[in-house]
Design a binder for this molecule. Sequence first.
Ligand SMILES: Cc1cc2nc3c(=O)[nH]c(=O)nc-3n(C[C@H](O)[C@H](O)[C@H](O)COP(=O)(O)O)c2cc1C
Length: 204
Amino acid sequence: MDELNTRCGIPLGDAPDPIALFRRWYDDAKHSELNDPNAMSLATATLDGKPSLRIVLMKRLDERGFSFYTNGESRKGHELRSNSAVALCFHWKSRQRQVRVEGTVTELSAADVDAYFARRHRMSQIGAWASEQSRPLGSRAELEQRTADAEARFPDVVPRPPYWTGFVVWPERIEFWQEREYRLHDRCVFLREGDGWTKQRLYP
Ligand SMILES: Cc1cc2nc3c(=O)[nH]c(=O)nc-3n(C[C@H](O)[C@H](O)[C@H](O)COP(=O)(O)O)c2cc1C
């Protein structure tokens, strides 16, 4: 067994599967993180390579990758639509672990986004109508007025705003980092190759 397996409890095996490993670490984090074990930093960049970074919540991990939801007309929305290269970073302080993901993003289908939006709390749905995410806001009162207006406009079912959307990150590179004594941490990177993955240990 690879030394990394024993030290990190990482079941790499013969056919390395970083998604299975991610799920295991994520399950661990769900038991120990104070808030939002699904919080991930999302790095995007403009077409000319200027980066920006913010936290979003991972809402699903499946064969397509890591999904999250947002306002398609936000700053990140514009950047994602013009440059599909993205990076994610999870940091689970309670486990002294980090997972870095790099890949490309695609927009989820309207059906996918509708299904998720319909499950959200009514006031979160209202908030999606009230907020012109990332654009200038004159005052808090203006936001509260827009919220009240949306509540009055949709007394029953709240439809999904056309600009509210979701994206999925198809991972090409996933790196696991586990803190160890004296800065001699464990790092292992998985690179997508054909239908599978290769793995490589890195110096910390
Ligand atoms: C813990 C946490 C979770 C967040 N989750 C989301 C999210 O799932 N979607 C989202 O659009 N913004 C989320 N935000 C807000 C974003 O970090 C950011 O402020 C907002 O999306 C605007 O980013 P932009 O101007 O780069 O588009 C979250 C912030 C925090 C701190």
